[in-house]
Design a protein around this ligand. Sequence first.
Ligand SMILES: CSC[C@H]1O[C@H](OP(=O)(O)O)[C@H](O)[C@@H]1O
Length: 346
Amino acid sequence: MTKQNRLSVEALKWTGNALQILDQRKVPERIVYQDFDTAEEVSRAIASMRVRGAPAIGIAAAYGVVLSVRRHAGENAADWRAKVDADIDGLAKSRPTAVNLFWALDRMKKTLDAHPDTPLAAVLAEAEKIHADDIAANRAMGERGADLIGSAKGVLTHCNAGALATGGYGTALSVIRSLYSRRPVQVYAGETRPWLQGARLTVWELSQDGIPATLIADSAAAWLMRSGAVDWVIVGADRIAANGDAANKIGTYALAVLARQHGVKFMVVAPTSTIDWTIADGSRIEIEERDPAELLPACYREQDSLVQAWNPVFDVTPSELIDAIVTETGVVPNPSADGMARLRMS
Ligand SMILES: CSC[C@H]1O[C@H](OP(=O)(O)O)[C@H](O)[C@@H]1O
């Protein structure tokens, strides 16, 4: 196993007694892991972005349900399920855009319905399966994406769609890890304002695997593409509609427009758990708006400041600007509703 293939970085880990989460608000200055042992704490960890990234959010929530069942199932059987369902509702309210959160919670509810007499063992097995399946999916996507990229000399990624956003190995960064295990490739990472997932997380995560990356300001992306240094933009996703429209970190849509302008290919890498088949297109995806204080300099954060901020943290890239959606079960070139339907049937 090459250095790029081992799980050198983990966003979260089930310790057997608690959910251990790397506090990503502090990376890379400080590497701080914290144990959480209630569903409410896991909800807060997701909402505050201690743990973030669509698949990682879903996995964390699944373990949050395990913690809830462990706490309530030993009580009076008559109402333990009501208390667990209340915790599940709390987890569902932690962040709105990443569909993996709701997909994972739905799987946990179905598991509880199917195993009323052995709930704790059943939900723990299901959470661990969701976690393990995500890592396997990421490795499969990495190979599929690397095959598609072939002999490209340079790639640009945005935000962090790596091991820190998933159960391990990453989605977009799994493609980069797989590429790098075959041959060197020039990796550019956008800083990804305002939360700096690229500048703080992606370049650090890749360096842990010995993969060099060049950090760029978000505003330098057009000039970089015009230089001809980049053949592909590779990103993750938080929710993909049935026609292939993809919600991802704010700034992704701009990169797709720039890529089309400069003849650069655009790849979205996401497990099928990120596809929301219930929505026909991206217009129905709820875009999270976070606290303006995450964007505003401290001097403008006063209540009566004339300076305000609009802080949407996702945007939607229309499928017509995407050259390929790579999933663990297949690749959808030039995604459309028909192409996505064929993926679903495969
Ligand atoms: C592999 S999905 C990662 C996805 O999640 C990020 O959002 P956030 O950091 O706010 O959770 C971003 O959209 C990434 O592409």
